[in-house]
Design a protein around this ligand. Structure first.
Ligand code: PEP
Ligand code: MG
Length: 558
């Protein structure tokens, strides 16, 4: 037996071993051919056939939603809504009037919507899978066969698919499924949402996985994002047992994080407001590594005055007033986080436009008022927050920001989110007290790939060697200058990558509090030397898969 390892984006952790069951969702060609041979009807007659197919598809989705619960039910109802979409019907009607046959009109209209959704990007782009699913269902009803659906194998299996449509994933019986693995999709796709709800290990964007023949035994690791075909059975069963033990450790882990040989690793929380800070405070975190202040103001039409802002910031500081550090990020408005009072609409390319610190260039006093509010909140809570700016690209910007922050008695830093800041990390660290690497944007800008584009998930991967080199460069500058270099992007929450970051010399890892135990347990299972070896190894990688494999090779539990 040969063993092959594929990688994708890990979404839900857990290790399982079992046969692959491929879902193809194909409609029998013979039925489609037979339908096409029928004499063409007139447009109104064909529209009636379309309406009747749509009604039956929507009905069956509603019926299934009645037997499902939570997000599974919501997903089915939303898909039923899309089937009945008036715009889609109108597009079909127009094509019928242009004398297109019904099946061609349906696929043409769906294609129009697919192009539109893809252009809109983000969550809308992820609904393309829904469109493809409803096209198959409507087609099945028109040609008179059963709607395509999952036929679950008798033995619990790893479901493998191009992408799972909501109607496939909703109502899955988790007792008969070991894991979900898809070739496409992003971390916010329906597959991911349903997998999280069902607690099924899940990997998306696993390139090549649909070529795996049915019945191939797969070892799926939802933590590292790997899928091993036909592994040695003893090795696979050992990994599954380790996975189970690991989950038990997660449930009882209470920090603080240390490597197996005792080196401390500072784990911090990412928070959005007072409520999330109070929820994070009892968790095993040593402070807040990123307070995204813009999330408090997303729907505000006018700028809150200094006192109102100070009260909001004070809530977060008060939740962590027991000597734990809180890093406050100044307004990161713009691009995917527009704020009516701060950002200008209509930029052609907002991710590269006036966002983050750049908002202060032409909006006199915006940054100063926010810093006054932070200083006021610090005074009223008796705390000493650190303050950092997002989207910095030059040493001058960093120095100007640091001067403003320090003049208020606060500690000053910046986020390393642009390749420019990483390349200049040594010069920037000369003028600030600390930096924190925002790997989400650093990856987006290093790879020139929109972080919300599901189709570019293979590029917006922080394991990309180009990104790892920028991180290494920044960490190295921090080490030389003896200044803290944290990571507060999603990369910090990837347990394997967290060890690499520690090995690179990163001094703190900040993440969603829910991710803290996974990172803590992983860090505890390896030595500082293993982390350093992993960091050294990944520098040789030419792609994310190789980087993961090179890290994994030296990060086996000590
Ligand atoms: C980042 O870019 O990695 C980051 C932490 O900032 P945000 O995700 O809020 O842009
Ligand atoms: Mg960012």
């Amino acid at each position: 037996m040969t063993s092959n390892i594929l990688s994708g984006t890990p979404v839900v952790p857990g290790v399982v071993y079992g046969p692959a069951a491929r879902i193809t969702n194909e409609i029998p060609l013979s039925a489609v051919d037979a339908y096409r041979r029928r004499p063409p009807g007139d447009p109104e007659e064909l529209l009636l056939a379309y309406d009747s197919a749509v009604a039956r598809v929507a009905e069956s989705l509603h019926a299934r939603s009645a037997n499902a619960s939570g997000s599974a039910a919501e997903v089915l109802v939303a898909t039923a809504g899309l089937v009945r979409d008036k715009g889609l019907r109108h597009a079909v009607h127009k094509r019928l009037e242009a004398r297109e046959p019904l099946l061609t009109a349906v696929s043409g209209a769906v294609e129009e919507f697919t192009v539109l959704f893809t252009k809109m990007g983000g969550l809308m782009a992820e609904r393309v899978t829904d469109l493809e699913d409803i096209e198959r269902r409507i087609t099945a009803r028109i040609v008179g066969v059963a709607e395509p659906g999952l036929v679950l194998p008798a033995e619990p299996s790893v479901l493998v698919a191009e992408d799972l449509a909501p109607a496939d994933t909703a109502g899955l019986d988790p007792g008969r499924i070991l894991a979900l693995v898809t070739e496409r999709g992003g971390p916010t796709s329906h597959t991911a949402i349903i997998a999280r709800q069902l607690g099924l290990p899940c990997i998306v964007a696993a390139s090549g996985v649909t070529s795996v023949p049915d019945g191939t035994r797969l070892l799926v690791d939802g933590t590292s994002g790997t899928i091993e075909s036909e592994p040695d059975a003893t090795h696979a069963n050992r990994r599954v047992a380790q996975g189970r033990a690991w989950r038990e450790r997660l449930a009882t882990w209470c920090g603080p994080a240390r490597t197996a040989d005792g080196a401390p690793v500072k784990l911090l929380a990412n928070v959005a407001d007072g409520r999330s800070a109070r929820a994070a405070a009892p968790k095993p975190v040593e402070g807040v590594g990123l307070f995204r202040t813009e999330l408090c103001f997303l729907s505000r039409e006018t700028e809150p005055d200094v006192e109102i802002q100070a009260a909001i910031y004070a809530e977060v500081l008060a939740a962590f007033d027991t000597g734990r550090t809180v890093v406050i990020r100044t307004l990161d408005a713009g691009s995917d986080k527009p704020i009516p009072y701060a950002t200008s609409a209509g930029e052609d390319n907002p991710a590269l436009g006036v966002r983050g610190l750049r908002l202060s260039f032409a909006n006199s006093g915006l940054l100063e008022r926010q810093l006054d509010a932070v200083a006021l909140a610090a005074a009223t809570t008796g705390t000493s927050p650190w303050v950092m700016a997002p989207m910095v690209a030059t040493v001058d910007e960093a120095a100007g920001f640091a001067a403003e922050v320090r003049s208020r008695g606060l500690t000053a830093g910046i986020m390393v989110e642009t390749p420019a800041a990483a390349l200049l990390a040594d010069r920037i660290l000369d003028v600030v007290d600390f930096v924190s690497i925002g790997t989400n944007d650093l990856t987006q800008y290093a790879m020139a790939a929109d972080r919300l584009a599901a189709d570019l998930a293979h590029l917006t991967d922080p394991w990309q060697p180009a990104v790892l080199r920028l991180v290494a460069m920044t960490a190295e500058a921090g080490r030389r200058l003896g200044k803290p270099v944290g990571v507060c992007g999603e990369a910090a929450a990837d347990p394997l990558l967290a060890c690499v970051l520690v090995g690179l010399g990163v001094t703190s890892l900040s993440m969603a509090p829910a991710a803290v135990p996974s990172v803590g347990v992983q860090v505890e299972s390896v030595t500082a030397e293993q982390c350093r070896a992993a960091a050294e190894n990944v520098m040789r990688a030419v792609d994310p898969q190789e980087a993961r494999e090179l890290a994994r090779a030296v990060l086996t539990p000590a």
